[in-house]
Ligand binder design. Sequence first.
Ligand code: AMP
Length: 544
Amino acid sequence: MAFSSFGLKEFITANLKVMGYEQPTEIQGKAIPEIINKRDAVIESKTGSGKTAAFGIPVVQSVSPDVPAVQYLILVPARELALQVYRELSRLAEGSSVNVTAVYGGSSFSKQVDALKKGAHVVVGTPGRVLDHLKRRTMSVSVVRGLVLDEADKMLSMGFLPEMRLIFQHLPKRHQTIMSSATFPPAIEHLIHSLMHEPVRLSQEDSSRAPAEIEHLYCMTTMQEKDQVLLRFIEKEEPELSIVFCNTKVDVRAVAQFLSGAGIKAVYLSSDLSQAHRERNLSRFRLGLVQVLVCTDLAARGIDVPNVSHVFIYATSEDLETYVHRSGRTGRAGKSGRAISLVSGTDIANFNLALKAHSIKATEVPIPTDEEIIEARVASEHRVLEDIGYAKDADVHDDYLRLAERLTADQAHTLLPFLLEKFLRQGIGEPLDITSGGGAVTEAEQSAAESSSFREPREKKRRDRDRPSRTKTLCVALGRRDGLSPNDLRSTIKKAARLRKDDLMDIQMGEYESTFQINANAVKYVMKANGKFYRQTEILISEA
Ligand code: AMP
């Protein structure tokens, strides 16, 4: 099946190409025609199945841009998910006059009112904040054509039903309803029954909800040893990006602190942090500036980061569904991944029950030994050296060329191991193309960078190897709606991140978001613009 068979508007087809969506995923193939035909639909969504575009494409397709009213309301359980769905829909609507906006708690109410006043056709929001807007009459949903309940099971388990019911009272009698849910407990079935009209139920052929590309492993350990065992696995496996799941906020903070103290670049997400701080941590993780994200299930619900190679389950949850949600954070969009559970005496019963409930087979693995960890480190340094081929094209200053020519064989022999150690510990090519003394590095960032510098070159090289052009596309949540021109964007980012003039390339302005290319080395400097302001709007940059 191809996207062309759905008769989509031209701008959507063009945007899908830009997004790299060549053909519909299985669930998209099933859902798009049904939703375009105005059927009520229940999407049983496997994690990473492409369910956002499964409802997002028909929603954007069905908006009448000439009608200045909210036509589709999308409710989601978490702020991060609101932003993610908003981003996906904005990308689908790029270049058209379809306006998408997001309303969620923890960010400025008045700015949301301004955005709504400018005219939104599609609103993505969390139930509490949507209800606030309805109560204060800063938004109307009285002519809405479609309601989407994304991750409906989570909305119910988070206790949003009272707010949802109040929101439903503001909707017109006749409207289309679309629901996505990973699980179908009785409360969800009841909601479907009470809310939907002869819904079509859509699911993936594969009845097991755990994505097949995930390797499930577990290691028997004790509560006391868990931190050390986790560290050993991270050192041995060298995950590209990994998420560590804990059951409590206290553990989240303690594990993140332990890992940072051990030189691993780790951040955490928890409700203790401000919304801006959470978004910043998530952006740093998305961009690969930190390799480990420690979080609770609640915080993880909205996360969709494609390159998560490993999920570590620090403590098993009592809720049997949770294992599937957690392990499903890796193996996204067809990529392979490993889910490694650290199982102590208190976890074992729930762990076995969860595996059994989902017919998942997990393999026991021993605690990584010192030898395995050293072997992994040496192997990865070798990869860096193999990768050093680009040095022959490097623009080395004449002085150093002359110096190298004057070395005797003995001197070279002595110097080489010393220089290799320096190179492997510190990396090269860091801020060469950036003005020195750029945006302030926080003390914590500085110390994390220093303590984990041993890892930097390996990870940097590995990321660079996958990137032929050594540029990266970044996305900033600012657009024409914020009164921004490409020149404003260039000077705002350059000023906030203290970049040189050639670093920002190929700026593409959208209504709400804009993208630009940046020298890969400069990414971490650009991220320093996060949290600063353009006029009154906070700058939020993430990987496009
Ligand atoms: P979702 O299940 O909506 O969270 O999507 C999971 C991931 O799949 C996201 O990174 C999407 O950008 C990506 N994705 C969704 N649809 C497609 C598609 N048709 N082709 C390639 N990637 C897709």
